[in-house]
Design a protein around this ligand. Structure first.
Ligand code: OAD
Length: 246
């Protein structure tokens, strides 16, 4: 379906008139960089069971297996480049007085595209965290030298991501909620909007009066609640939508 020009004009006007804009992104924004999404055809959760790879119990049972999967994902992301969708959002930071980019992604492609103010709800593939002393370090080696990697204190290191059954970082979630409550426009890009608490942020924004705009080639559970839902691929469509007047 081709997005209606009238809708594009309306959303551009909302964006140019806004002081505060928030964006929630999911795996779909990185799809055009060649990073697989989680759900649906070809999604990671069709090949793997989340509970075997992305839970604290899985790590306790078989840290090497979990690390092999994360090492594979890190290698894949390291070979990828940010796409025009990531870059358009980085540009948007220059047009909007207060832009908050909230991402569920752990790939670091928003940073590499130049976005500065990023709230990472699910952590970061490039942070390693010690299960013993709690030390956190940035590590970009691909592949890792040792699987599973160990801290200097001798304990196992784990990926600095949020697994199923774990709480999100409290302060990050608080900031994301505040951004949703105060945004005048809330963009939702490339997420199935199924995983809580991220999925509730667009509803918080809407309840506080924001215009909610979705960009996703597929309909989601959010689509019928959004003010405008563009059925489009982020990398193709965001550069067009976000061509804003100064
Ligand atoms: P999903 O895999 O659930 O959803 C990806 C969404 O991206 C789908 O709605 C697709 O239709 C859409 N999509 C695909 N290609 C796109 C494109 N080119 N442009 C825009 N959208 C596109 O991924 P998330 O919603 O991010 O959590 O999943 C949320 C969380 O569930 C992840 O952070 C991860 C996962 O399990 C953890 O691992 C804790």
């Amino acid at each position: 379906m081709i997005p209606a020009v009238a809708d594009i004009d309306t959303v551009q006007r909302w964006l140019t008139e806004s002081q505060r804009v928030a964006v929630l992104t999911g795996a779909g924004i990185s799809a055009e960089s060649g990073i697989p999404v989680f759900r649906g055809a070809g999604g990671l959760w069709q090949q793997h069971r989340p509970e075997e790879l992305a839970t604290p119990e899985a790590f306790a049972r078989d840290p090497r297996l979990v690390w092999e999967w994360y090492d594979w994902r890190r290698t894949r992301v390291a070979a990828a480049e940010p796409n025009p969708g990531h870059r358009a959002l980085a540009q948007l930071e220059r047009h909007v007085p207060e832009l908050t980019l909230i991402t569920q992604n752990v790939d670091g492609l928003h940073e590499r595209a130049g976005s500065r103010r990023i709230l990472r709800l699910h952590g970061d593939l490039w942070t390693l965290q010690c299960t013993g002393c709690g030390r956190q370090d940035r590590n970009t080696d691909v592949p890792l030298n040792e699987l599973p990697p160990r801290c200097r204190c001798g304990a196992l290191l784990r990926p600095g991501v949020v697994w199923f059954g774990e709480a999100l970082p409290v302060e990050v979630l608080q900031q994301a909620s505040t951004a949703a409550e105060t945004a005048q426009v809330f963009l939702v890009v490339g997420t199935s909007a199924l995983v809580q608490p991220a999925a509730s942020l667009p509803f918080t924004a809407r309840a506080h009066g924001a215009h909610v705009v979705e960009i996703n080639p597929e309909k989601t559970t959010l689509s019928r609640y959004a003010d405008v839902s563009f059925l489009a691929r982020a990398g193709e469509f965001l550069p067009r939508l976000l061509q804003l007047r100064h």
